[in-house]
Design a protein around this ligand. Structure first.
Ligand code: HEC
Ligand code: HEC
Length: 273
């Protein structure tokens, strides 16, 4: 068929009243179908949102569809509210004392959705009465290492001894005499055991890090970085978001963080939400 014949055919069809009516009907049906689709999408989203809010947060990761829905939305919240400090990939920054949220090492609690949500709501040392703020790392080079605590300062030599003890505990080479002196300081006058526990493995009830697992919140684990933590103290802050983000957004971002750190765990359940 030549182009002219096609054009003629189309023109004839269009000028016929019946065809115009049929096209009109088709447009109406198309519009109605779009409305139905958008409507059912909105209803499903609304139902999932309600379910996310109603559920025990720790039970959501096992519900694959609901979890995927929440995680996809939480990713946007994370980009806007958290990535500036924790990094777009959630791996944090040892140079700034921001923890990696993708590993299984937790300062506070044990990485359950509830634990993450508590930090997302109330923060760490963020002057929120419901947030984490039970301990700070004293500055042992100061005459008074921690306000309100009976702790004596440590000399640079004593600090080096404690570092030798921690390094020997972590399986690194260290001078045995220094390590022994450091052990005595750790479980004696330094008071380190009080927060970091007798075995130096830390205390997730107050956010005192494990000092012998090779994972460092501050710096690269070099003697200098450890020295700086002990001599000058540390008190990292994670901002509170309660009142600034809705309960739904806070739960979505907490589920996203949970997913970051539990990537290898397969969804066990495919039930419909
Ligand atoms: C009052 C409780 C308390 C005492 C006592 C204390 N620490 Fe800490 N320490 C903390 C807390 C809390 C942190 C984490 C600070 C933060 O998150 O910003 C910390 C952090 C550290 C860090 C940094 C860890 C990392 O992963 O980068 C080192 C090293 C450390 N402490 C060593 C010691 C040693 C050695 C002693 C004893 C001489 C000691 N601490 C005594 C509470 C304490
Ligand atoms: C201003 C920088 C900053 C922002 C923004 C920020 N964080 Fe944090 N976050 C930190 C720091 C620093 C810590 C470590 C606090 C400490 O030293 O104890 C932390 C700790 C945490 C922890 C505890 C990790 C653990 O090991 O127990 C979680 C969970 C967390 N943040 C989640 C979030 C979420 C979710 C957001 C966004 C809603 C967010 N953070 C926004 C700086 C930030």
């Amino acid at each position: 068929m030549s182009t002219r014949r096609i054009t003629n055919l189309v023109r004839r069809l269009w000028t016929s009243v019946t065809t115009r009516r049929q096209v009109g009907w088709l447009l109406w049906i198309g519009a109605a179908a779009v409305l139905v689709l958008v409507g059912s999408w909105l209803i499903t989203s609304g139902r999932r949102e309600a379910q996310i809010l109603r559920s025990d947060p720790d039970a959501i990761p096992a519900q694959a569809r609901l979890m995927d829905f929440a995680v996809a939305r939480g990713a946007g919240v994370f980009r806007g509210q958290c990535a500036g400090c924790h990094g777009a990939d959630g791996k944090g920054s040892p140079a700034r004392g921001v923890p990696d949220l993708t590993d299984s090492d937790w300062l506070y609690g044990s990485g359950q959705v509830r634990d993450i949500e508590k930090v997302a709501y109330y923060g760490v040392r963020a002057h929120n009465p419901r947030g984490w703020s039970l301990a700070v790392m004293p500055a042992f080079a100061q005459p008074v290492p921690a306000a309100g605590e009976k702790l004596a300062p440590l000399s640079p030599g004593e600090i080096q001894a404690v570092i030798a003890y921690l390094q020997s505990r972590a399986g690194h080479a260290a001078d045995p005499a220094a390590a022994e002196a450091g052990r005595a300081i750790f479980s004696g006058k330094g008071g380190c055991y009080d927060c970091h526990a007798n075995d130096a493995k830390g205390d997730p009830a107050i956010g005192a890090p494990n000092l012998v697992d090779g994972i460092w919140l501050y710096g690269d684990g070099s003697r200098q970085a450890i020295f700086d933590s002990i001599a000058y103290g540390r008190q990292g802050v994670c901002p509170a978001r309660a009142g600034r983000l809705s309960a739904l957004r806070l739960r979505e971002v907490s589920l996203y963080v949970f997913a970051l750190s539990h990537r290898s765990r397969p969804h066990s359940d495919t039930s419909r939400p």
